[in-house]
Design a binder for this molecule. Structure first.
Ligand code: FMN
Length: 387
């Protein structure tokens, strides 16, 4: 049994994957995943919010056959949890997005591919037969925007998600301390960190060259320029982006379209007005505006306002099957997350992500039985109590 497998077999939950990822990754890369904005208060609250609401189970319900499938933004998923789009996955494991796509396919769930992905939408389309979401960043360069839209269309992606909460870069102080850039830049302290993680360094240097294929050709310096992600947000994305731009993109996409990073009722209503079919109630995993509200805290009022007109996804802070059941009880159609599969990816590639998704599937099935429900649409606020 390889060393990686031994470690992986000990991972029964989110925190254990996190610990293994911390051992495996050079510290600037671990902290890029693990960190958030300013004092990381919102980041912590994203998970803690779930503890302020308790589940009230029913019993004697005959739950030998449990169906945990959901339909969200027109996609039938075998489980109510999917992988949110995240950038730069080949920094975390040399298989990157390929590993996540294959693992999500095995579990019949959706996964997102970032504009800042390290594997192209064309390559992903060849290996995944499960619903695929493309995450769109709105750049100043309109030629790049048009190309991104067309490539995602041609690759037959099922859902388009426009990220609306990165109008400027969040203040990620851990990245400032570690000097995190993409691709990694060698500084005295990062050299030590890479040298003490020789497996990672070997894989990074010997596997096909690191690239961001959706941007290459459009970034004048080439995508091998070492930039921090905050710098990319602040210099390449278009801060004049407004509702008209979102509406036009929605129209041009002409399919399932979501805004990712909606937190207010007012914006949720406008998303309906411009023709969106979904919204991700999300604060970007606490990585943008620290001191802003947690998705689960904000879910009830958003679902009350638009839940019958648009699919609401609760995104961020999910670490347990019960978190998913609480969000669905509140009115979300599905939940999604980044770190819930990223630590597993870093820990052991595709096998790791499969194990993480399997843990969630097993937990959700067990928790449904313990809640006395056979289908997820039996959940409602009746089975929730606030402390
Ligand atoms: C390392 C990392 C990279 C991310 N990259 C992107 C990205 O490229 N585009 C995007 O819209 N969101 C990105 N996100 C945000 C995720 O899509 C999602 O909103 C967030 O991870 C949810 O919080 P959670 O990690 O607590 O589940 C990223 C998150 C992380 C942790």
């Amino acid at each position: 049994m390889g060393k990686s497998k031994m470690g992986l077999n000990r991972c029964h939950n989110f925190q254990e994957f996190r610990r293994l990822a911390k051992q495996r990754l050079p510290s600037p890369i671990f902290h890029y995943i693990d960190g958030a904005a300013d004092d990381e208060l919102t980041y912590k609250r994203n998970t803690a919010a779930f503890d302020d609401v308790d589940l009230v189970p029913n019993v004697l319900a005959g739950v030998e056959d449990v169906d945990m499938s959901v339909t969200v933004m027109g996609q039938k998923l075998d489980m109510p949890l999917y992988c949110a789009p995240t950038a730069l996955q080949r920094l975390f494991h040399h298989d990157g997005e390929r590993a996540v796509a294959k693992a999500a396919s095995k579990f019949g769930t959706m996964f997102g591919v970032s504009s800042l992905a390290t594997v192209s939408v064309e390559d992903i389309a060849e290996i995944a037969d499960t619903p695929k979401m493309f995450q769109f960043y709105f750049h100043k360069d309109r030629g790049l925007n048009d190309a991104l839209l067309q490539r995602a269309k041609d690759a037959k992606f099922d859902v388009m998600a426009l990220t609306v909460d990165t109008i400027t870069g969040g203040n990620r102080e851990r990245d400032l301390k570690t000097g995190f850039t993409s691709p990694p830049r060698l500084t005295p302290s990062s050299i030590i960190s890479f040298a003490t993680h020789p497996m990672w360094a070997w894989n990074f240097l010997t596997k096909p060259k690191f690239d961001m294929p959706h941007l290459s050709g459009y970034v004048s310096e080439g995508t091998n320029l070492a930039v921090s992600v905050g710098e990319y947000f602040s210099t390449m994305l278009d801060q004049s982006m407004n509702w008209k731009d979102a509406e036009k993109l929605c129209r041009d996409w002409d399919g399932q379209f979501a805004l990712k990073g909606i937190m207010s009722v007012e914006d949720a209503k406008r998303a309906v007005d411009i023709g969106c079919t979904g919204i991700m109630v999300s604060n970007h995993g606490g990585r943008q505006l620290d001191g802003s509200r947690a998705p689960f805290d904000q879910l009830a009022e958003i679902c009350d306002a638009v839940g019958d007109k648009i699919d609401v996804v609760c995104e961020g802070g999910i670490q347990r099957g019960t978190h998913a059941l609480k969000a669905l009880s509140m009115g979300a159609k599905a939940v999604s997350g980044g770190r819930l599969y990223l630590y597993a990816l870093a820990a052991a590639g595709q096998q790791g992500v499969e194990r993480a998704l399997n843990n969630f599937r097993t937990e959700i099935e067990r928790d449904m039985k313990l809640m006395g429900i056979a289908r997820l649409d039996q959940l409602s606020r009746e089975n929730l109590r606030s402390r």
